[in-house]
Design a protein around this ligand. Structure first.
Ligand SMILES: [Zn+2]
Length: 218
């Protein structure tokens, strides 16, 4: 899933788990569970349709998602400034994906997390950022750790059988179209729209959950 989705899932786990030392491994594990769920990854066919690079397609999709979710953020505004900060953190860690080198992406994500931890005034926000980073961590370091990379691939849903592909072959009864023309086909587009929707429902649902006021300790 996108770094933003992993971040929001990790933040929700940190928000729901009283002990932060327990929340960190749970958030880390959540990464693999989330990647097993269908989500939009068809950036290569999208890049062919847009006539851009793979990273360009990713950046375009991330910007569109961030803008589409802005009204949601406004609706969630009563959750306080911490929620807005989590949103900016999530968007910032998506922007990092335009860099090809995983070490650069990891370093920049750690830098962004560090800045939010230093600048944030709310304890609640600090917990969310720690949970978010723990949930994003597998994608940040896996390319440097062979067994982790293999486990990641094992857990991730099969990209060659994404929802666009499944929907197309179910309706048409044919194996599939060339990746370069998938974005011209309504069945693929419907499947991809479903994948985007899954991710949006997770992000919006968990932001709504996090919006509740923090419980006051007695
Ligand atoms: Zn992943």
């Amino acid at each position: 899933m996108s770094p933003a989705t992993h971040a929001v899932v990790g933040a929700a786990i940190a928000g729901a788990t009283p002990r932060i030392w327990l929340a960190i491994p749970l958030a880390f594990a959540s990464h693999f569970v989330c990647d097993a769920i269908y989500h939009f990854e068809a950036f290569y066919p999208l890049s062919r349709a847009l006539g851009t690079t793979y990273n360009g397609a990713f950046a375009a999709a991330a910007v569109v998602m961030a803008v589409l979710l802005l009204p949601v953020l406004w609706l969630l505004n009563r959750g306080g400034r911490g929620l807005g900060a989590l949103y900016v953190y999530s968007a910032g860690t998506c922007a990092v994906l335009v860099f090809d080198d995983w070490r650069v992406r990891a370093a920049l994500t750690f830098l962004i997390a560090g800045l939010f931890l230093l600048a944030g005034r709310e304890v609640r926000l600090a917990r969310w950022i720690i949970g978010a980073l723990a949930a994003q961590l597998p994608d940040l370091i896996r390319e440097g750790i062979g067994p982790l990379n293999r486990f990641h691939i094992f857990m991730h849903y099969d990209g060659s059988r994404d929802l666009g592909q499944i929907f197309y072959s179910l309706v048409q009864g044919e194996p599939g179209l060339h990746t370069n023309v998938r974005f011209e086909n309504p069945y693929y587009l419907t499947g991809y729209a479903g994948e985007v929707l899954i991710e949006v429902v997770i992000v919006v649902g968990l932001l709504y959950y996090l919006r509740r006021p923090p419980r006051l300790s007695k």
